[in-house]
Design a protein around this ligand. Structure first.
Ligand SMILES: Cc1cc2nc3c(=O)[nH]c(=O)nc-3n(C[C@H](O)[C@H](O)[C@H](O)COP(=O)(O)OP(=O)(O)OC[C@H]3O[C@@H](n4cnc5c(N)ncnc54)[C@H](O)[C@@H]3O)c2cc1C
Length: 823
């Protein structure tokens, strides 16, 4: 026994050290416990004096700041200062913009789940609810998407007027200027409902309420600008747009070539200080109908008329579009979703200097203004629209799958169809959750730059994939355009959401993790700031503090990752001990993995990580899935932990955890240093990969949820426009779904009386036979006849005369005539 004592003691010591690292003990506490343990052990088996000398030198040195700074921190600080890539002003401003919130917890390896559940559930005020029940419902009922997308290529005039009259464009404008001043949650609910009926409608309303003149004026405008423009915007007297993108500068928006020069010039008969601006912008939403143009351009002041700086940088100005020389009006044609979008140009246009938003003091501050405001708008408009779209697609497709029969069965009962239906239901549930959690953050006063990038990418990406699933299920009915089609325009329009406000590949590859790593990591920003400190010694002090905390943090995440992998997440406490407990544990495990891998990636790649986009993308995927999963757990809680919603929760969590595991697996497989990747695999998956995609049984449960009316199904589609008003194909589908289900027993009764199983078609004729046989009453027969009508409306598609589809009926003749005249 005596001979095993050192072994047992060593194992005990290892556990003790591991425990301290796990609970993130300080370096001093760690050193004291280690010293006390070694001292106790030396009574059993004494150490040599040489050992104690070396030990005390190392441990004492680490804890004695002046010594460790000289020996460790200073050389590292010098190296960091050299290798740290020079950050441009635009990069610095982007990184510093916005705030971090729940994603910071997820990034740091030990999320506090009680904190997540303590955030309030989103709620509408009475006024917001009245707006949703009133003007929003009304405008949805007025909307005929086919008329908008095909016949008019615009909203009808009465809808434009209705939107202006009811201040749809002024949801973000403060009440004191006559706006609605709605919460982010209310804006999200409005946009979700509008998106469920028409993408043209939701984008027309979404853009003025997102990043643009209204938002910029409220934050940075001068009092005169605010007093003049905001009431006019609130009343709909001004239609705003915001022009940043140029043909040569899309994703790389900081490189816009559009330029202005400060100079004197004539304005309304007087010589005034102003700017000569030349711009060529494209893709600008609402530009064709805008009355004021928010313009981003690079301003220079070669004669130093407004200060000492010659190159001022990106500047934002407000340009009335009725000034001679401003070109607006022409339109682009985005994917058959013809919201107002087009180019704008001007050449050497002179405008007064006080057209700059915030006046001449804000010259050169444009990029900071944009990135600061982007984190709010980007978290609301596109994620809400994508969520509204998928909620509607999920429920409409579910209804259709139950109504449409082939091989004598509703197609939704076929296993092959259940698979995409389950994805639709699960994604709609999770996207609703993520959208709600994000607007909660905004309503709590956050400007969540990382979260807004996560939801921008993941919700539009999932929305696009879901629209493909919906089209696959619906088949030919989805493909043939016309007033009866309920899917095609949202399917066609899905790539628009992918492209705008930061194209998705770029957002995934650079922005989510690029901002996330620096903003959410507890020490990296402090280390970076220390290297930029103008005073070397003060910089070194800051660096030393951050570095040693960072080392302790990385050690802790190493121990936690290995322990969780080895013990299947033992020791992790969870806020609930029911079926959801396992998810809290798994997320905590992955959160530790992400924290560790971030440090390993930054430590091994340094500044190169910025160029290793696929490493950054996969780390970003991990963070994003953690966020989506937390949002789903929070939603389940906020919805009252309803047991009947559990299949949706299970599916969403399992699907996302599987995607998270794949991101981690691919990252380790492709890690730039193979050996580091292999070592990390041993730490993170010591017993192999534990997760799999949702089972077929779970898919089946979700497919059923979409096909049978229930409270759970209503929660999946919460907030969409499904009123049974005439002309609303979604309301009609809902009615027919209910009718079909109610008819099935009647159909069985009549078939039984007939002695033969007829196909579930021609229900009107079957009703006549049922009446004759006396097995159903007149009311039941009426239901069967109505069901047949609804069924046919659901499965029939539109057809047109050739002339109706010909876009320019005279084109062929005109061309022929031209050719004749040339000949
Ligand atoms: C319908 C519509 C409405 C719009 N509305 C407005 C508006 O109102 N105001 C406005 O100013 N702009 C607007 N835009 C512009 C929009 O924001 C840009 O289209 C967007 O920034 C992408 O630019 P791009 O289309 O030129 O793509 P590009 O920049 O040419 O990018 C092409 C592809 O390369 C990828 N990519 C680029 N750089 C990287 C990188 N470093 N790493 C990985 N991938 C990368 C992108 O993700 C994309 O997939 C709108 C665009 C459209 C289509």
């Amino acid at each position: 026994m005596q001979s095993y004592l050192p072994l047992f003691a060593a194992i005990g010591g290892l556990f003790l050290m591991g425990g301290l690292a796990y609970f993130r003990a300080s370096l001093l506490a760690f050193s004291l416990v280690l010293t006390a343990s070694l001292a106790a052990y030396s009574f059993v088996s004494p150490f040599s004096e040489l050992f104690w000398l070396a030990y005390l030198l190392i441990v004492g040195g680490l804890n004695f700041k002046p010594l460790r700074q000289q020996l460790i921190s200073k050389p590292l600080f010098k190296t960091f200062k050299k290798i740290m890539p020079e950050m441009s002003r635009t990069e610095k401003e982007a990184i510093e913009a916005g705030t971090t919130w729940w994603e910071g917890e997820l990034f740091r390896g030990a999320p506090d789940w009680k904190k997540l559940h303590s955030y309030p559930a989103p709620r509408l005020s009475a006024e917001e609810q009245a707006f949703l029940d009133g003007p929003v419902e009304q405008v949805c009922a007025m909307t005929r998407d086919w008329e908008i997308t095909h016949e008019l290529a615009d909203l009808p005039e009465e809808i434009w007027d209705f939107l202006k009259e009811h201040k749809f464009f002024a949801m973000i404008i403060k009440k004191k200027y006559g706006g609605l001043e709605f919460s982010a949650y209310a804006q999200s609910c409005v946009l979700q409902k509008l998106a469920s009926i028409s993408a043209v409608l939701s984008s027309t309303v979404g853009v003025p309420n997102s990043l643009g003149p209204g938002e910029l004026l409220q934050h940075y405008g001068t009092k005169e600008q605010q007093d003049h423009y905001l009431p006019r915007l609130a009343e709909g007297k001004e239609i705003p747009c915001f022009a940043l993108t140029s043909p040569e500068a899309g994703s790389d928006a900081g490189s816009i070539p559009d330029a202005g020069v400060v100079c004197m010039g004539e304005w309304q008969g007087e010589q005034v200080l102003g700017m000569r601006i030349t711009w060529n912008k494209r893709y600008i939403t609402l530009a064709p109908v805008a009355t004021i143009l928010g313009l981003a351009f690079k301003l220079s002041d070669p004669d130093k008329l407004i200060g000492e700086q010659e190159e001022l940088g990106i500047t934002c100005a407000l340009i009335p579009t009725d000034i001679e020389g401003v070109e607006v009006g022409r339109r682009h044609f985005p994917l058959n979703v013809p919201f107002m979008n087009g180019p704008t140009r001007a050449n050497d246009l002179f405008v007064p200097i006080d057209f700059i938003i915030g006046g001449k003091e804000m010259a050169g501050q444009g990029w900071r203004m944009l990135v600061e405001c982007l984190s709010v708008g980007r978290g609301i408009t596109l994620p809400s629209s994508a969520t509204g779209g998928i909620k509607n697609a999920a429920l409409a497709t579910g209804a259709y799958a139950r109504i449409r029969r082939q091989f004598k069965l509703p197609i939704g009962k076929m296993e092959g169809v259940e698979e995409p239906l389950a994805r639709l239901a699960g994604n709609a549930y999770m996207m609703g959750a993520a959208s709600d959690l994000t607007v909660t953050a905004i309503d709590l006063g956050e400007k969540p730059s990382v979260i807004s990038a996560i939801v921008k990418y993941h919700l539009t990406h999932r929305g696009q994939r879901a629209s493909i699933d919906a089209m696959d299920v619906v088949g030919g009915k989805g493909i043939c355009l016309g007033p009866k089609n309920f899917l095609a325009r949202s399917y066609q329009g899905a790539p628009i959401a992918i492209t705008v406000e930061g194209a998705n590949i770029l957002t995934r590859s650079m922005i989510i993790y690029g901002q996330g790593a620096i903003r959410c990591h507890p020490y990296v920003l402090a280390e970076m700031e220390a290297t930029q400190h103008p005073n070397f010694n003060q910089g070194l002090q800051q660096f030393d503090k951050a570095l040693f905390s960072h080392l302790g943090f990385a050690t802790s995440n190493f121990v936690r990752s290995f322990w969780f992998g080895l013990t299947s997440n033992s020791l992790i406490s969870t806020p609930y001990s029911d079926q959801t407990a396992t998810y809290y544990k798994q997320l905590t495990r992955f959160s530790s993995n992400l924290a560790l891998l971030s440090d390993v990636a930054m430590g091994t790649l340094g500044g190169n990580l910025k160029r290793k986009e696929r490493v950054s993308a996969r780390l970003g995927d991990m963070l994003s899935q953690l966020y989506l999963c937390s949002a789903t757990l929070k939603r389940f809680d906020d919805d009252g932990r309803k047991q009947e919603d559990l299949p949706l929760l299970h599916w969403s969590m399992q699907d996302s955890l599987f995607q998270l595991q794949n991101a981690l697996d691919e990252l380790l497989l492709n890690f730039p240093n193979k050996w580091v990747g292999k070592a990390m695999r041993l730490v993170m998956f010591p017993l192999g990969k534990p997760f799999h995609a949702p089972s077929d049984v779970l898919d089946h449960k979700l497919a059923r949820i979409l096909q049978e009316p229930s409270e759970t199904r209503n929660r999946v589609g919460q907030g969409r426009f499904d009123s049974r008003v005439e002309g609303n194909v979604y309301g009609e589908l809902e009615q027919t779904l209910e009718d079909v289900l109610a008819c099935e027993a009647l159909y069985d009764k009549v078939c039984k009386a007939l002695g033969e199983k007829r196909p579930f078609t021609q229900l009107d004729k079957l009703a006549d036979e049922g009446i004759k046989l006396g097995v159903i009453n007149a009311e039941e027969a009426a239901l069967m006849r109505r069901t047949e009508q609804g069924r046919l409306a659901a499965i029939n598609v539109d057809d047109f005369d050739h002339e109706q589809l010909e876009n320019r009926p005279n084109l062929a003749k005109t061309d022929a005539a031209d050719l004749d005249s040339v000949a």
